[in-house]
Design a protein around this ligand. Structure first.
Ligand code: SAM
Ligand code: SF4
Length: 431
């Protein structure tokens, strides 16, 4: 979501004649878009600002703006502690970005925008055309969260659940498809809680799938509790919806899930996995895990390992529990950090073995790959298969934006290598 937000902040700034620069030393304005989900986020801000300071030593300083969830959570403290920062703008106030810059250009004092007027934000951002021209792109459809998992800062930094109007989202989808997008990932902290005047995520996916040139739809991140029957059914109704579901489970222990306030049991989670596999046998799962949550015993951790093995997640993102100030879990009695570290290593080793086995099973198979861009070498193209695996294939013809059958020959840790099967028209010759 920060990637989407950063692009939209840039779309805004373009309106008042700012351009992107690759070199810090050239910048008139430095925007640091931050994430607050785990600790060290604030230290990273001070560290990054230190780099800018060094770069501009003995020169006129650039305008420095901190945006994102660190700005939201710690804005006032940041402004007091680091005088080099000129403004903090929380995620629901990005539409005030240009006015902030204009004021700062005139040397106005420090600015703090951290209100939660999310409807106002999207109303204002809608006027600015999304200029993203990537083959695979993101569109935020939902923000905030009402779930209040005990470890998570999102309800405090992104605010309550808000769903953008269907019409607005469809319009933005058409714009990015017009720019060249062939795959859209719909974003939300709790994307399957999307509900605009009774229209749910399934309705939205169905409407978006009618855009002709759009080939693929994905969404992230969904909560198991909000996986309603209509969303399950849509996997049978449009082939454009890709069969990889990111479905964070956090822990394999019912006791830990209860302590986290996750609102479902492992049995319910596994049942959902089964139902989804039955409706579409090519569906695979990825997940997030928190290791070393307060109260996690060896037995709880074993349950998590068992779940990992049972579902055979093709990607598992695991993190040691990070106590976030202001959340209920912050005050809970923490488990020994070394124990957490050991468990994380065991978890990641097992997850890796599952991933390697899965990736090896793809060797010799034919995968449908949407090519996104040219890779390092001139005749190599990078794309992703339906389960988001990275694939590189050689071609004398320009594959960007095309879906091709690729015969997988081999692969390494991150990438599969293959050969394109079908013949490609001469008019696509690589430029
Ligand atoms: N809404 C999604 C859900 O309910 O699963 C997750 C969104 S959250 C922004 C992304 C991931 O960050 C979570 O799935 C969780 O694994 C991780 N996370 C959040 N807070 C954390 C914390 N305090 N410590 C460690 N990991 C955390
Ligand atoms: Fe955070 Fe997701 Fe829980 Fe919401 S549902 S509080 S975003 S982990």
């Amino acid at each position: 979501m920060n990637e989407y937000d950063s692009n939209r902040i840039f779309d805004l700034a373009k309106k008042i004649n700012y351009q992107k620069t690759e070199s810090i030393g050239e910048a008139d304005c430095y925007v640091l878009n931050t994430c607050h989900i785990r600790e060290k986020a604030t230290e990273k801000v001070y560290h990054d600002i230190g780099r800018v300071k060094k770069e501009f030593k003995n020169r006129k300083k650039p305008i420095v703006v901190v945006t994102g969830c660190v700005a939201q959570a710690e804005g006032e403290v940041l402004l007091k502690k680091e005088k080099y920062i000129d403004a903090v703008i929380g995620p629901q106030s990005y539409h005030k970005f240009n006015n902030t810059l204009i004021k700062l250009e005139k040397n106005t004092k420090k600015i703090n925008f951290t209100e939660f007027d999310v409807a106002d934000k999207f109303d204002n951002l809608n006027i600015i055309k999304n200029s993203d021209s990537n083959i695979s792109t993101f569109i935020t459809i939902q923000e905030g969260c009402d779930k209040f998992c005990k470890f998570c800062v999102v309800p405090y930094t992104r605010g309550p659940e808000y769903s953008r109007p269907v019409k607005e989202i469809l319009e933005e989808c058409r714009v990015v498809v017009g720019n060249g997008a062939r795959e859209i990932t719909l974003l939300g902290q709790n994307v399957n809680a999307y509900n605009f005047e009774g229209k749910k995520l399934s309705n939205l996916i169905y409407e978006i799938s009618k855009i002709n040139e759009l080939k693929r739809i994905r969404y992230t991140t969904s909560h198991p509790v909000d996986f309603s029957q209509d969303l399950i059914n849509i996997y049978n109704q449009t082939e454009k919806l890709m069969p990889l579901i990111h479905l964070p489970v956090q822990s394999g222990s019912n006791k830990v899930l209860r302590n986290m306030n996750r609102k479902h049991t492992i049995e319910e989670y596994l049942n959902l996995v089964d139902i989804l596999k039955k409706i579409n046998s090519s569906i695979k799962f990825s997940s997030d895990f928190i290791i070393g949550y307060p109260g996690e015993t060896d037995k709880d951790f074993k349950d998590t390992l068992n779940l990992l093995k049972k579902v055979q997640f093709i990607n598992s993102y695991s993190f040691i529990f990070s106590p976030r100030p202001g959340t209920p879990a912050f005050k809970m009695s923490q488990i020994d950090h070394n124990t957490s570290k050991k468990r994380l290593l065991i978890f990641q080793k097992t997850a890796e073995e599952i991933k390697i086995k899965y990736r090896k099973s793809l060797f010799g198979k034919k995968l449908r790959v949407l090519f996104e861009n040219r890779s390092g070498k001139s005749n190599q193209f990078f794309g992703r298969d339906e389960h988001s695996n990275s694939v590189i294939a050689e071609s004398d013809f320009n594959l960007k934006g095309e879906i091709k059958n690729v015969q997988i020959i081999n692969g390494n840790h991150n990438t599969l290598f293959g050969e394109v099967n079908s013949k490609i028209g001469q008019n696509n010759h690589a430029a």
